[in-house]
Design a protein around this ligand. Structure first.
Ligand code: ADP
Ligand code: MG
Length: 345
C-alpha cells in the first residue's frame, strides 16, 4: 500500500508558518514591512494582549486590487519580484510571498484594502485558512488594514511556546522601534490595550529626528551621545547616527541599532568593529549604545541571506569593518583623554 501522500495546502502552510511566524512580534514585523513596501506614510498598530488576541495594522499605502486579495493570502504569491534576476536588486523588504499565507494559516485574518482608483474597498476573511476566502465590499480609505486575531488558535502546540504577555510585548515593541528608527519619514503609532505607547510624527529635520531617537531610545541616550557623520570618499561609504558616550555604557547589549541601507541588521563584523573602537574606553563586560546608519553601494552587500534573521553579507568586509572602526574611533577620540592615539581616517 502506498504510504506517501501530499500534505494538504493548509497543513503545508501551517508547517511553513513555523519559519515565519514565531510570535506576535514576527507578525507585526511582516505586516509593517508590507505596509512600508506599499509606500505607506502613516502606520497605526493596535495590539491587544501583546498581540496574541489582536494585531491590527492600518496603512495609507497603495492598497490591493480586489482580484489580488485572495492571491495575497496564497503561498509564493508576490507583487514584488518576477524573475530570479530581480533578487539581485530587490529594494522591497519582502519578496518571498509567504508572510500573509503563513499568518493566515495560524490565525483569524481579515484583509481590507482599497486602491486609490477603486470606488470602495474590498475585504477577505479567513479562519485558519482554507483557500475559499470570501470577498465582500467594505468601507475603508485608500490603503490597507490587516486584522489578525487569535494567533495560534488552531496550533495549540505552538501557542504553548509563547512567553508571558510582558515578554511578548517587549519583542513586539522592539520591532516597532527598529522600523521607526529606520524610517524617519513615516509616522508611527502603537497602541497596546487602548493605551498609546508610541506616537511618532514624521521627522525630516535633524532636530525632529533627534526627538524621535529620544522617544524610542530614551532621552538620556541622546543627551549622552555623540553625533557621527563620516564618509569615505574613495569607497562611497557613509556612516551617520549617534553613539553613546563611554560613560553611557550598558550592562547589556540592548541599545544597539545598526542599519545598512535602511535595513536593521545584526552582523558579527559590525559588532566587532564597534566593539574595537570602544575597546580602550569601556570597562570589561560593558556594552556601547548606538544608533548607526551605514550607506553603501547596494552591489557591495547582500541582504537576502535569511528572511527573518538580520544577517547581511558584505562583499568588502575588511573595508567596511575598517571604515566603521575608524569612524567611531575618531568620534570617540574627540572626548578621549589621550586624543593623540586617533588613527587617520
Ligand atoms: P511579500 O511581501 O513577500 O510579497 P506577503 O505574503 O507579505 O509577501 O504579501 C503578499 C502580497 O500582498 C504582497 O506582494 C503585496 O502585493 C500584497 N500586500 C500585502 N500587504 C500589503 C499592504 N499592506 N499594502 C499593499 N499590498 C500588500
Ligand atoms: Mg511581506
Amino acid at each position: 500500500m502506498s504510504q506517501i501522500h501530499l500534505l494538504s495546502p493548509r497543513l503545508a502552510n501551517q508547517i511553513a508558518a513555523g519559519e515565519v511566524v514565531e510570535r506576535p512580534a514576527s507578525v507585526v514585523k511582516e505586516l509593517l514591512e508590507n505596509s512600508l513596501d506599499a509606500g505607506a506614510t502613516r502606520l497605526e498598530v493596535d495590539i491587544e494582549q501583546a498581540g496574541i488576541k489582536l494585531i491590527r495594522i492600518r496603512d495609507d499605502g497603495d492598497g490591493i486590487e480586489k482580484d489580488d486579495l485572495p492571491l495575497a493570502l496564497s503561498r509564493h504569491a508576490t507583487s514584488k519580484i518576477y524573475a530570479l534576476e530581480d533578487l539581485e536588486a530587490v529594494a522591497s523588504l519582502g519578496f518571498r510571498g509567504e508572510a500573509l499565507a503563513s499568518i493566515s494559516s495560524v490565525s483569524r485574518l481579515t484583509l481590507t484594502s482599497r486602491r486609490i482608483a477603486s470606488e470602495h474597498a474590498w475585504q477577505v476573511q479567513t479562519e485558519g485558512r482554507d483557500m475559499e476566502a470570501a470577498l465582500s465590499p467594505a468601507a475603508h480609505p485608500q490603503g490597507t488594514t490587516v486584522e489578525m486575531r487569535d494567533l495560534f488558535f488552531n496550533t495549540p502546540a505552538r501557542r504553548k511556546f509563547l512567553k508571558t504577555e510582558n515578554t511578548e510585548f517587549k519583542h513586539l515593541d522592539e520591532v516597532v522601534k527598529r522600523l521607526a528608527l529606520s524610517r524617519f519619514d513615516v509616522a508611527f503609532q502603537l497602541k497596546h490595550n487602548s493605551r498609546i505607547i508610541h506616537q511618532l510624527k514624521p521627522a525630516m529635520l535633524q532636530a525632529d529626528q533627534e526627538r524621535r531617537v529620544a522617544a524610542v531610545c530614551g532621552p538620556a541616550f541622546v543627551e549622552q551621545s555623540l553625533r557621527v557623520d563620516m564618509n569615505a570618499e574613495a569607497s562611497g561609504l557613509t556612516l551617520k547616527g549617534w553613539i553613546g558616550l563611554p560613560t553611557f555604557s550598558r550592562s547589556q547589549a540592548d541599545l544597539q541599532y545598526f542599519f545598512v541601507n535602511g535595513r536593521m541588521i545584526r552582523d558579527k563584523l559590525v559588532t566587532h568593529a564597534v566593539r574595537q573602537a570602544y575597546a580602550d574606553v569601556l570597562f570589561h563586560g560593558r556594552h556601547p549604545a548606538y544608533v548607526l546608519y551605514l550607506e553603501l553601494d547596494p552591489a557591495l552587500v547582500d541582504v537576502n541571506v535569511h528572511p527573518t534573521k538580520h544577517e547581511v553579507r558584505f562583499r568588502e568586509g575588511r573595508l567596511v569593518h575598517d571604515f566603521i572602526f575608524r569612524s567611531i574611533h575618531r568620534v570617540i577620540g574627540d572626548v578621549r583623554p589621550d586624543a593623540s592615539s586617533v588613527p587617520a581616517l
